[in-house]
Design a protein around this ligand. Structure first.
Ligand code: NAI
Length: 225
């Protein structure tokens, strides 16, 4: 094993062992987005102060957040934008591709599938599934819609990393359990229900636009007082 491999392994082990707060992890995509924009503008290096002005968070918050992962900055030189972008990408698992299947090919399922830019971050939607026979054989952006009775066979033949649940909430729990039985360990849940999954190996990310709207509504009320 050469030194570089050894160091990389050590670093990855360290990251895996270190418990990083979800609050920090939730801020990482925003860093990644801003750094991506800086790269597009041709910026090679940025100080935490400049990054702080751009992102409207304090420089000390940035340093504190990045220190969770070993820092990445050099005193007086700031951050190497490409390096930081790549490292945060690795932390977020974006250096690998993730195949997604969408369960429920209705309005939301099709809208998500139509958003091509997820692919830029390595999220590839490979198939949709539904129970509505009218959708059988149809495609969304060249991506096939299959019937639910084809799901098991599909999962046996293809690598599936994430299942997006965009089906009625009454069906979400049983479908999620079935997906876990088929070996899927990550669920991107849009159905408005807390999934009751006993398997602690399964990771679930709930996305509720209405929660965000309610937060906005709260802030509108607060600002008007
Ligand atoms: P929709 O009615 O257009 O689509 C639902 C699709 O699921 C239909 O094509 C239907 O045939 C299919 N379906 C029904 N039972 C199924 C099953 N057992 N297996 C596979 N597919 C099945 O509804 P829409 O507007 O796309 O919403 C889908 C879900 O997403 C709903 O639960 C809705 O409440 C939720 N939603 C969540 C949002 C969020 O921010 N989390 C925003 C909008 C909708």
């Amino acid at each position: 094993m050469n030194v570089k491999t050894f160091l990389t392994l050590e670093w990855e082990d360290w990251i895996l062992e270190k418990e990083i707060s979800q609050a920090v992890i939730r801020r990482m995509p925003r860093y990644y987005r801003y750094l991506g924009e800086l790269l597009e503008e041709g910026v090679e290096r940025i100080s935490s102060n400049d990054l702080s002005n751009r992102m409207k968070v304090t420089a000390s918050q940035i340093r504190q957040d990045l220190n969770n992962f070993g820092g990445f900055g050099q005193q007086g030189y700031g951050y190497n934008v490409q390096f930081l972008y790549d490292e945060i990408g690795k932390i977020l698992g974006l250096n690998e591709t993730h195949n997604i299947i969408v369960i429920g090919a209705g309005n939301l399922g099709q809208a998500i599938t139509n958003y091509v830019k997820f692919e830029k971050f390595g999220f590839i939607i490979t198939a949709l599934f539904d129970v509505n026979p009218d959708l059988k054989g149809q495609k969304v952006r060249d991506i096939p819609i299959y019937m639910m009775d084809q799901l098991e066979d599909y999962c046996k033949k293809h690598q599936v990393d994430i299942a997006a649940l965009t089906l009625p909430k009454e069906k979400a729990d049983e479908t999620a359990k079935h997906l876990v039985e088929l070996g899927i360990h990550a669920i991107w849940n849009f159905a408005h229900v807390d999934l009751d999954l006993m398997d602690s190996q399964v990771v679930v990310e709930n996305v509720h636009l209405s929660d965000s709207l309610m937060q906005l509504s709260y802030n509108i009320v607060k600002n008007s007082k």
